[in-house]
Each structure stands twice: as structure tokens, then as C-alpha cells.
Ligand binder design. Structure first.
Ligand code: ADP
Length: 520
């Protein structure tokens, strides 16, 4: 290798590296690499294929007799899986072929005829960015034995620079795409979003922010975020850093609007980094619907309480008075009717109490009415309540209390209703003449209670779901309920710090199990 050539090569390499470093446009990079690689070689044809992480072509450029010709990625798919380029992609090694007719890796292109298929020289180099293959460059010259070792080495040096330039251009494209995606999400979001400085000056607001507040999108950047909402006390200060320790904060507030009433919102504020600077991103979610539902729930509770519960309590106390006035022992028909009305009104009272409990426990109220409750006695009372229904289906109710069970410190009426609910379901779903087991045992410091039946059981996919409100699994042929019983059981048990779940019984049927802490 003479000194003159080496110097020229170094100069070319230097100018290539300078040129490639100044562009981040992938197509420009590809075109420049191809023309720089072929410029001084009089090459007939050169192709550069860009690959993704899995080796699939994602971009390509081909130069033919000095003219850049468009090529689709699909056309390149075969090239990178077979022939010379395929070999280079697989081995990640450069190849110099002095005579293409004598190398099995060289494949004729479909558009080549016998004239152009004369022997040629070819070199093919992988383009690497660190250890990752990002492309493959092939250069073909119409003469055999054309490329010298020095040109081959030179081409590998260009490949090194090209690999990094392509990688940088791809990274830049990814960043640009991510930026566009964020911007589209920002603009198209159905929630108002504001970007502010750490001091709360609005820098950018999306389309929805302008729509919701009724303030022009260009006018918003002249305002402070505190002009639009009541800030929570922990954010009042010179800097609104969400909480100091964490990166984000969620709170409820009121959004001030120009064209409408104030809107209740849930605000999610987080710090974001844009080009090395810290900003705050505020997302406002309209929670008017939720607030309306909350007040509807309160109205409903009040309605149930006043319009149903009080009259029902009157019916029950009147029945109690009637008990001593009616000739119940002498007349069995009257006694039967009397018991039906007592049981039905008590059942209705339990249902109303459970509905009220769901409402208040879901709203976050604590259990206040706790007392020490004897588990054995509570099970007896629950069984007694469902006995008439169980008898009419000729069910055998077995009680299985294992060992001495300590008391539990709970709202006794509520937990008894849980047991009654589970037993009522067991009766409802049990086949005629089958057995129901209700049991209790002590497990460490936990009292476990269970109700087992031999009905249809619960499909595995519904084991969690049946504890949600209004979920009913077995519709056909069985008296329909509201699907609120198990939802009540779960919230009642969980509000006592306990757990409830269902298991399927091997021989068919279901076992509902609940655990509560034993009183110490
Ligand atoms: P419902 O008022 O419908 O009984 P629940 O919340 O008590 O409401 O029960 C929800 C659903 O769970 C029922 O509709 C039924 O499909 C299923 N389920 C509850 N208990 C049993 C059981 N012991 N055996 C089989 N399925 C049950």
C-alpha cells in the first residue's frame, strides 16, 4: 500500500465522517454513504439495506451507474435472507469476491441477462453500531479482480462510520416519532392537560383545556395554573413540586371555567423532563358524573332508610304485638300465615340493612357498632333463620364446629347477615334432599367459618367476579336474585379486616369460606 493512497484514503474518511456527523436524516445518510462509497471506484452498482433489531430490512437505497434508484423494503427481503448479503448478515463478516462466477454465494438477480451476468467483482460489508448489526452494504464492479485489499479495508472503515451514522439517524427518528406520538396524545386527549413551569406559569395547554375552560388556547399561556383551580395545601409555596418525595400527586379540586359553572375535577400532577428541564404536567379529569352518582347514592340511601325501613320496622313490631293477640296455638293455619309474614318481613329488613351497609361501607364509613360475639350461637341463629326454607327442600343441615372457638369482636348483626346470605344461597342452589354443612374452626388467631353445599358450584372464571355487585352466574331455572348478596358479604367481611372467598368442592358444589380475627 503506497503512502500516497493511504493519505488520500484518510482524507476521504475524514471528510466522510464529517459529512455523516452533520445529518440525522436517514435517507440522506443512506444516499451519502452510497455515493461516497462508489465515487472513487467506478462501481456499477451498490446497495445499502438498513435492518431492524430482528434483522428485517426497514429501509434501502440502491445506486446504479451513479443514479440513485428507488427500492422497496419488500424487494430487499430476499436479498438479506439469501445470496451474498444474506451470508454477511448471518455471519456479520465482510466478504471480498474477486470473481463472482466462482463463488456460490453470489446469486444472479432476476433482471440480469447473460451479457450482464459476466464475471464481476463484489464486496459486501456488515454495518455495525457497536455490537448491533444495523445494515449491509454491497458494492459491485463490472471487472473481475477489481477491488484491492486496500479498497476492501477502506470500505470496511466507511462501513464503521456509516453504521454509527445510521444508528444515530434511527435513534433520532425514534425520538421524533415519540415526540409526535406524545404531541398527538396531548392534543387529542379528552382530558384538559396543562404544562407549566415549576412555579405554575402555564406554558402549553391542549385543545381540550381550551374547550373545557372556555379560554383561548393562546390566552392560557399567560395565566397561572392557580388561576384555574383551588390548589391543595401541600402545593402552596414558591415551587409546586408535587410532594417533594414522590414524582406525582393526585387530588380533587374545582376547575374554574369562563363559560360554565365550576367543574369538579380530579387532578393528576407530575414532574416531566423536557430537554433537560423540569416542568409540571397537570391532567384534569372531569368527575361531575362520579359526584352526581355519589349524591344519587346518598339520596337512595336516605330514601331506603326513611321510606322503606321505618314502615317495615312498624310492620315487624305490629306483628310482635299481634303474636300475643292471635290464637296461634289453636289455629295452625293462622300460625302458618303469621310465621310466613314474620319471616318475609324480617328477610326484607335484612335486605334493606345490607343495601344500606353496602352504601355506607363503600363510601368509606368504619364499623362502629362492635361487640363480642359467640360464633357457635351466631351460627345457630343463622341456621334457624333459613331452616324453614331448607326443610321445604328436605335439606340436611350439618353443623361442624371444631373445638372451642373464641369470640369475635364484630358488628354481630352484620356478620350474622353474612352467614344467613351464604346459607340462603346454599339452600337456593342445593338440589332437593342434599346436604349443607356450616362450620367453624380456629386457625392460629383467625376464626374460619364456611358454608358448603352440593349444588352446581361456581365456574372457575367467576370465582372472583361473583363478589362484584349485580353479578349472577346461574340464570336458568333458579329464582333470580339481585346479585348483591355476595357483594354485601365481601364488603362486610373486608370492613372487619377479614377475607372471604369460594372454593369448589371436589364431589360437586361450592364452599364459601370467611376468616375473621379472634377477639383477644
Ligand atoms: P343473588 O342474589 O343472585 O343470589 P349473590 O351475590 O348472592 O346474588 O350471588 C351471586 C351469584 O353467585 C348467584 O347469582 C349465583 O350465580 C352465584 N352463587 C352464589 N352462591 C352460590 C352457591 N352456593 N352455589 C352456586 N352458585 C352460587
Amino acid at each position: 500500500m503506497n503512502e500516497e493512497i493511504t493519505r488520500t484514503s484518510l482524507e476521504i474518511l475524514f471528510s466522510i465522517s464529517r459529512e455523516l456527523a452533520t445529518t440525522l436524516d436517514l435517507h440522506k445518510v443512506l444516499a451519502r454513504v452510497l455515493s461516497l462509497s462508489t465515487e472513487n471506484m467506478g462501481a456499477e452498482r451498490a446497495s445499502l439495506i438498513v435492518l431492524d433489531g430482528s434483522g428485517k430490512p426497514v429501509d434501502a437505497a440502491v445506486i446504479f451507474n451513479g443514479v440513485l434508484t428507488p427500492h422497496t423494503v419488500e424487494q430487499m427481503q430476499d436479498v438479506v435472507t439469501s445470496g451474498l448479503a444474506g451470508w454477511v448478515v448471518q455471519k456479520k463478516k465482510s466478504v471480498l469476491i474477486h470473481n463472482t462466477n466462482k463463488d456460490h454465494r453470489w446469486l444472479m438477480r432476476p433482471d440480469e441477462d447473460s451479457d450482464t451476468n459476466a464475471a464481476k467483482s463484489a464486496l459486501c460489508v456488515p454495518l455495525m453500531a457497536r455490537d448491533t448489526l444495523v445494515g449491509v452494504l454491497t458494492i459491485v464492479h463490472p471487472k473481475v479482480n477489481f477491488f484491492s485489499d486496500e479498497q476492501f479495508n477502506f470500505q470496511q472503515a466507511i462501513a464503521g462510520l456509516a453504521g454509527i451514522a445510521i444508528h444515530n439517524a434511527q435513534l433520532y427518528e425514534d425520538v421524533q416519532a415519540a415526540h409526535h406520538r406524545y404531541h398527538d396524545l396531548f392534543e387529542d386527549s379528552i382530558d384538559p392537560i396543562f404544562i407549566t413551569s415549576m412555579e405554575g406559569e402555564i406554558i402549553e395547554a391542549n385543545h381540550q383545556a381550551a374547550l373545557t375552560t372556555g379560554i383561548d388556547q393562546n390566552e392560557l399561556p399567560m395565566m397561572m395554573i392557580s388561576d384555574l383551580q383551588d390548589l391543595p395545601p401541600e402545593m402552596i409555596g414558591s415551587k409546586f413540586e408535587p410532594t417533594g418525595a414522590t414524582e406525582s400527586l393526585t387530588y380533587e379540586s374545582i376547575l374554574t371555567c369562563r363559560k360554565c359553572d365550576k367543574i369538579p375535577v380530579e387532578v393528576h400532577v407530575s414532574t416531566i423532563n423536557i430537554q433537560g428541564n423540569q416542568y409540571l404536567q397537570w391532567i384534569f379529569r372531569d368527575i361531575s358524573e362520579r359526584k352526581n352518582l355519589d349524591s344519587l347514592r346518598e339520596d337512595l340511601s336516605a330514601m331506603i332508610y326513611h321510606d322503606l325501613r321505618s314502615p317495615l320496622a312498624n310492620i315487624i313490631s305490629s306483628l310482635e304485638i299481634l303474636r300475643s293477640m292471635l290464637p296461634l296455638e289453636e289455629n295452625s293455619s293462622i300460625k302458618q300465615l303469621f310465621e310466613i309474614s314474620t319471616r318475609s318481613s324480617e328477610r326484607m329488613q335484612r335486605l334493606i340493612s345490607s343495601l344500606l351497609d353496602i352504601n355506607r361501607l363503600e363510601a368509606g364509613q368504619q364499623i362502629t357498632d362492635k361487640q363480642f360475639v359467640d360464633v357457635d350461637k351466631m351460627i345457630n341463629e343463622a341456621v334457624e333463620t333459613i331452616l324453614p326454607n331448607a326443610n321445604s327442600k328436605e335439606l340436611d343441615i350439618e353443623k361442624m364446629v371444631l373445638g372451642k372457638i373464641p369470640s369475635i369482636f364484630v358488628d354481630g348483626d352484620m356478620i350474622r347477615r353474612v352467614l344467613i346470605n351464604l346459607l340462603e344461597n346454599a339452600v337456593k342452589f342445593s338440589p332437593q334432599n342434599s346436604k349443607i354443612t356450616v362450620g367453624a374452626k380456629l386457625n392460629g388467631d383467625q376464626v374460619t367459618m364456611w358454608v358448603e353445599d352440593h349444588g352446581p358450584g361456581i365456574p372457575v372464571e367467576a370465582k372472583e367476579r361473583i363478589f362484584n355487585k349485580f353479578v349472577r352466574v346461574h340464570g336458568e331455572g333458579i329464582a333470580k336474585g339481585l346479585g348483591l348478596g355476595l357483594a354485601f358479604c365481601r364488603i362486610a367481611v373486608q370492613s372487619h379486616g377479614g377475607k372471604i372467598w369460594v372454593e369448589n368442592v371436589t364431589e360437586g358444589g361450592s364452599r364459601f369460606i370467611l376468616t375473621l380475627s379472634a377477639a383477644v
